[in-house]
Write a new protein. Structure first.
Length: 219
């Protein structure tokens, strides 16, 4: 028991706590993931939030694995690969943003309400959007190449690295679900229809803006 406590204290130290704090700040910074959760919270509710957040978490896991085998380093050093992924991500975000704007225009029309009720955004679609939205954002990959190594020291055990990844995933899922829940509460309020319509428009503009920024922003 004492040995286990010593091992645990070696893993969860001040350096680990600092990493958790930095990760929390990065996760809570508004970006494509939060915009996508907002979009799907408005169209599907809590189910859309949970499945989109799960998709984002899988995307982060993919970036972590890719960085481990060197793909993240390639993106960091290759202008062509980084730019190609940025353009693909920008196109996808722009597509989702335009979809949100079109949905907001038709929001409230009887035929649109009926269509949404009979054929809401499927769980697999929301999950897939979460995965793709994250994987097509090269900044997510760069985080694991530039930020994570700042908290890793030679000789760190694989268990410590695993705990760091699990902590990031846990914080990500908790934050996106809390944030998405707040959006669904606003959607379900007495002025929910108006709030939902304007949030869809704002989210659409944000998604398009994030896509444009992804293209023009320097590394």
């Amino acid at each position: 028991m004492k040995v286990s406590m010593i091992v645990f204290s070696d893993l969860i130290d001040a350096r680990f706590a600092t990493y958790v704090g930095v990760s929390a700040l990065l996760i809570m910074t508004p970006g494509p993931d939060m915009a996508l959760v907002t979009r799907n919270a408005l169209s599907t509710g809590r189910r859309g939030v949970a499945t989109t957040a799960a998709g984002v978490a899988v995307g982060i896991l993919g970036w972590a694995i890719a960085s481990t085998i060197g793909v993240g380093l390639v993106l960091e050093q290759s202008v062509l690969a980084f730019t190609a992924l940025k353009v693909a991500g920008a196109v996808y975000l722009g597509f989702l943003g335009i979809r949100s704007l079109l949905d907001s225009v038709h929001h409230g029309r009887p035929e649109t309400v009926e269509r949404r009720t009979s054929s809401p955004l499927g769980s697999m679609t929301a999950f897939r959007q979460g995965v793709l939205g994250n994987l097509l954002n090269p900044k997510a990959g760069v985080i694991f190449v530039s930020i994570l190594p700042q908290f890793v020291r030679p000789g760190d055990s694989p268990l410590r690295l695993l705990l760091m990844l699990l902590a990031f995933e846990f914080l990500l899922l908790i934050w996106l679900n809390i944030f998405g829940y707040a959006i669904t509460r606003a959607r379900a309020s007495q002025v929910g229809d108006t709030v939902s319509r304007w949030l869809e428009r704002v989210t659409g503009v944000i998604l398009i803006g994030l896509g444009l920024r992804l293209v023009v922003e320097r590394r």
